[in-house]
Design a binder for this molecule. Structure first.
Ligand SMILES: [Zn+2]
Length: 344
């Protein structure tokens, strides 16, 4: 059993502050401060936080039909294994010759940053050995220990300088895209929770997060298309770990507004859900499906960027594609959290 149309509403979450002291002192240390009290004039960064195969690209695409919202998909840019000479921007042109990206490069240069579509250089990876990176990006399943870990990494030589530089580069990039597109709200689907976390802690942007959830059985069925040997229990464990980690992050960032939405509700009641999400993003006016046709977009990352989204396809094929045993294995591991998100 899944969700029902009449239940299609955003879950207002009650993420409460738990680590404000550390956040405040760190902001001061980095010499950055929150700016502008007028929310209407402020530029916003909205991260869609979710797992792969949960509809982030679809949601970003739908939101970017709003005259004040833009998304370029995954802000980490083109992954290094792709051939940049043949890589297609979602506008239908090779990314090398897409005018949009050339204009973004100029806007970045005006802000003092070199920029190349080959390498966005916007990722929050701090270098160092693999183990250190894992420790840095992972979670100890405790907000307090995670906060101590973050504090420790910032004491390493050069760490603060690198972090400051990366935050400044990210803000310049977001600002450049907003300027080039004449929009006010930037939506990111890169699923790099460190970006939202660092921008919310130290950046000067209004940072919000859409916690997008999808039934773990649907996520597993979609993943199965790519890797047939995937184990249902492993996939369920990963799903639980990711969403628990996201919830912990939201809890420790009182400055970040968070809302939760189900992929299934977006597909079943797109008009209502998008209206609520637009309100959450701080923009006015409705989106109409006719806006999707002829919509200009330059999305990178997820292969789904090349999909024609004029019609929303609701993929619930997991109900017939998964075996009863697979469904049971998933729900034995993920059932508790899934039930909290409304999946029974
Ligand atoms: Zn393009």
């Amino acid at each position: 059993m899944g969700t029902k149309g009449r239940e299609a509403q955003l879950q207002r979450t009650d993420y409460s502050p738990t680590a404000q002291a550390l956040q405040n002192s760190s902001s001061r240390d980095l010499g950055m401060h929150a700016v502008e009290s007028n929310p209407k004039a402020r530029r916003s960064f909205v991260a869609i936080e979710t797992s792969s195969y949960s509809g982030a690209t679809l949601l970003a695409f739908l939101l970017s039909a709003h005259p004040e919202i833009v998304s370029i998909g995954e802000m980490n840019g083109v992954i290094p294994t792709e051939d940049i000479e043949t890589y297609m921007c979602s506008c239908g042109k090779r990314i090398r010759v897409c005018e949009f990206w050339q204009t973004v490069r100029c806007a970045m240069e005006q802000r003092g940053f070199t920029f190349d579509v080959v390498h966005f250089d916007t990722e929050f990876v701090m270098g160092g050995p693999h183990l250190a990176q894992k420790l840095r990006a992972g979670s100890f399943r405790s907000a307090k220990v995670d906060a101590l870990r973050d504090h420790f990494f910032l004491t390493l030589p050069g760490a603060r300088t690198r972090l400051k530089r990366q935050i400044a580069r990210n803000i310049a990039f977001i600002d450049a895209v907003l300027e080039v597109t004449n929009k006010r709200v930037f939506v990111d689907t890169s699923k790099n929770h460190l970006r939202a976390k660092h921008l919310a802690k130290y950046g000067a942007l209004d940072v919000r997060a859409i916690h997008l959830v999808r039934d773990p059985r649907g996520v597993f069925a979609s993943r199965l298309r790519r890797s047939a040997n995937l184990d249902a229990r492993d996939a369920a464990r990963q799903w639980v770990r990711l969403h628990e980690r996201l919830e912990r992050m939201f809890n420790t960032l009182p400055t970040m507004q968070v809302t939760r939405v189900r992929y299934e509700d977006v597909c079943r009641a797109p008009k209502e859900m998008l209206a609520q999400l637009c309100e959450f993003c701080g923009v006015e006016g409705d989106l109409h499906s006719s806006d999707l046709r002829g919509l200009q977009h330059h999305i990178v990352g997820n292969p789904m960027r090349l999909t024609n989204y004029a019609e929303i396809q609701f993929d619930e094929s997991w109900r017939t594609r998964l075996t009863r045993a697979q469904m049971d294995q998933i729900m034995r591991v993920a059932g508790g959290l899934a039930a909290r998100y409304g999946y029974l």
